[in-house]
Design a binder for this molecule. Structure first.
Ligand code: SAM
Length: 534
């Protein structure tokens, strides 16, 4: 189905662009991306040359007004982003990289969601999506999580803005075709003035293979020893064929549709890190799919000097036949939890990127430690594509609903009539001329509804005198006093409605309005018979 128009987005805390890639694939135009990390911005720019505004900036000091000036608009349809989650990652609590609850509680990065909401408040997107670790839900006894939801709900309410309906959902990356046991928390906000609900389950994108395992995603890559490999080399096409023979259609779909090997000229970032002789010896003791904890229970003795407590989960050899452990930024420190299923080394940045569903053409022009961090931090593009598809469906639904609504050109209440009139009050004659027929009729019939005593014919000659009226319905005076005063003494028409009446007559003269539309008796009648509810 053709889309009503192309939707626009801003990617905040954009990293190397995992979120942006998926949104683009869903047909959304990303207008801007912000991250304060140099390598992230460099990588983003290289891979997304068509995103007009990509900047290395600190979200705690960036001003939305400045961003609006750079992207040429004050409004986008979607804001996405992952305010950093390291402060409360369950993975880090488990692997001991955090130092107890005190540090978690004090991590200043927690407040970054407020910077994110500051941008949401300014750009008033129809939808915003945040991706975070599951740990966010329980952090500080759930206080943080409810603060995000509550603050989004009341966002800008004091200034008459609608705020956001917010809900949270857990996304299982493997169901969307990512060969990984990854679970993440999505927080989704829909602007409260929009009807409908965002679906709570994402659909796997067409290109994806739900529940795909690790083997088909990486086993066509040339084998490497630890410390070997080059930043750029040819693919091994014979090996690719063997892998396709072994894994069949699933692998073909993953390689060609998700990784897009068919349009990638060279294999890049397939370089294995070095390991000590002792670690390499220990790796050899692990069977495919086995962790050091399990191996130890089976009586395997490792050379690493360990205490039974901290060592247990030191190494994991991944399995070709199941999904890989969750790829995390910590991979940049060491790869011990990500040992290749059949080779004696940890995975390469390209393998990590493939496990995150990044296409092979995605370039990582930075040192290996940064490659791992950027890929580990990213939203898997298949997940963001699934999010993007739902966002587009949701926004399309809004357009269909609005169309049905505009066909209903008689207001249901006095408040609705005022709401329909407000947007046209300050339009120039030229802009009024450009309104589509339903939009124009809604405004014009609202006049008939609100002012059943005014005659369209009298709007042909208002007379010279303009007067002030001291009184009018209180609620209208509060919303827009110009709907009451000043007015033309002769015609009785409020001055602010003159351009609208002129446009009605212009359309009538041009044969664009039928008589029953110009005089809109049904609307006039409805206004007379509908009791005031305000
Ligand atoms: C979890 S990553 C986001 C990854 C991204 N959504 C993706 O899909 O590739 C969080 C990012 O926030 C950035 N960041 C952290 N604090 C920031 C700040 N104050 N201003 C701008 N960016 C910041 C980090 O550099 C990191 O790239």
């Amino acid at each position: 189905m053709a889309k009503a128009r192309q939707y626009t987005a801003l990617d905040l805390f954009s990293g190397c662009g995992g979120f942006t890639l998926g949104l683009q694939r869903a047909g959304i135009k990303v207008l801007g991306a912000i991250d304060f990390n140099k390598e992230a911005v460099e990588t983003f720019k290289l891979n997304f040359p068509t995103v007009p505004y990509v900047t290395e900036g600190d979200m705690t000091v960036m001003k939305p007004e400045d961003v609006a000036r750079s992207i040429g608009t004050h409004h986008v349809d979607v804001v996405v982003g992952g305010p950093p989650c390291q402060g409360f990652s369950m993975a880090r609590q488990r692997d001991g990289a955090n130092h107890g609850e005190r540090r978690l509680v004090k991590d200043a990065r927690r407040e970054l969601y407020q910077e994110y909401l500051r941008f949401v408040d300014y750009f008033q997107p129809k939808v915003f999506v945040m991706e975070n670790v599951l740990g966010i839900k329980s952090a500080e006894g759930g206080k943080y999580f409810s603060a995000v939801q509550h603050e989004a709900r009341i966002l800008g309410k004091g200034e008459g803005k609608p705020g956001y309906r917010v809900h949270a959902q857990v996304e299982h990356a493997w169901e969307l075709g990512v060969p990984q046991k990854r679970k993440r928390q999505l927080i989704i906000g829909v602007r409260s003035d929009l009807p409908g609900y965002f679906p709570t389950t994402l659909k796997a994108p067409n290109r994806s293979v739900p529940n795909i395992t690790l083997g088909p995603a990486i086993m066509d890559l040339p084998p490497l020893r630890a410390g070997a490999g080059e930043e750029e080399r040819e693919y091994d096409l014979a090996l690719r064929e063997r892998s396709l023979d072994k894994y069949g259609e699933l692998a073909r779909k993953y390689l060609y549709d998700v990784l897009q090997v068919g349009i990638t000229k060279k294999l890049t970032a397939h370089r294995a890190r070095r390991h000590s002789e002792r670690d390499l010896g220990d790796f050899k003791k692990l069977k495919e799919g086995q962790s050091s904890a399990v191996a130890m229970r089976n009586g395997v003795k490792f050379d690493f000097p360990y205490s039974t407590k901290s060592f247990k989960d030191r190494y994991t050899r991944q399995s070709r036949d199941s999904q890989c452990s969750t790829i995390v930024a910590h991979l940049s420190k060491d790869g011990l939890m990500f040992i290749h299923p059949t080779q004696n080394r940890s995975i390469t940045p390209r393998e990590a990127a493939r496990i995150q569903s990044f296409p092979d053409w995605f370039e990582l022009p930075v040192a290996r430690i940064h490659q791992f961090r950027l890929i580990g931090n990213a939203v898997p593009p298949l997940v963001s594509e699934a999010v993007g598809n739902e966002v587009v469906d949701f926004l399309e639904q809004q357009t269909t609903m609005r169309k049905t609504k505009t066909n209903r050109t008689i207001p249901n209440s006095h408040e609705e009539a005022v709401q329909w009139l407000l947007p046209v009050l300050d339009l120039s004659a030229k802009d009024l001329k450009q309104l589509d027929k339903d939009e124009f009729l809604r405004a014009w019939r609202s006049v008939a509804y609100l002012y059943p005593g005014l005659h369209p014919d009298s709007a042909l000659d208002h007379g010279p005198t303009v007067e002030k009226r001291e009184e009018g319905p209180n609620w209208v005076m509060m919303i827009e006093p110009r709907l009451v005063t000043p007015y033309y003494r002769q015609s009785g028409w409020p001055v602010v409605l003159k351009p609208l009446a002129d446009e009605a007559w212009r359309r009538d003269d041009a044969g664009l309005l039928a008589d029953d539309e110009l005089y809109s008796i049904e609307a006039q009648y409805a206004g007379m018979t509908m009791p005031y509810t305000a």
